[in-house]
Design a protein around this ligand. Structure first.
Ligand code: SF4
Ligand code: SF4
Length: 99
């Protein structure tokens, strides 16, 4: 996912929706696209500047939201059942895909 993965914010339960306020994919993984407000690609482990303090995307329904974020689909495999689980999964994914 990485390079063409990203972050996103959809929220909800396991399945195909996002948990409100998770934000793990906006922090853990690298995003190659320049995000508005950032000077270049977002490194892994760096919080996206568009992520609010309660882990929602400020650009969620705006045209400036990067396509890579828009197309990222939540999944039970990645997102798990908790935000911590999602973070662990994404850190592992980043490590596997960045080497
Ligand atoms: S722009 Fe929004 S969806 Fe994309 S990484 Fe930043 S906070 Fe997440
Ligand atoms: S890791 Fe999954 S649940 Fe968490 S913000 Fe990203 S898509 Fe949503």
């Amino acid at each position: 996912m990485t390079r063409q993965l990203s972050a996103s914010r959809w929220y909800a339960d396991p399945g195909n929706q996002c948990r409100v306020g998770c934000g793990a994919c906006c922090i853990a993984i690298s995003i190659s696209t320049t995000i508005p407000g950032m000077s270049g690609p977002k490194p892994a482990g760096v919080r996206c500047v568009q992520l609010t303090s309660d882990n929602r995307c400020r650009l969620y329904d705006k045209p400036e939201r990067p396509d890579v974020c828009r197309v990222f689909e939540p999944s039970a495999e990645i997102c798990g059942r908790t935000n911590d689980e999602a973070m662990r999964n994404l850190i592992e994914l980043e490590a596997l895909t960045s080497s």
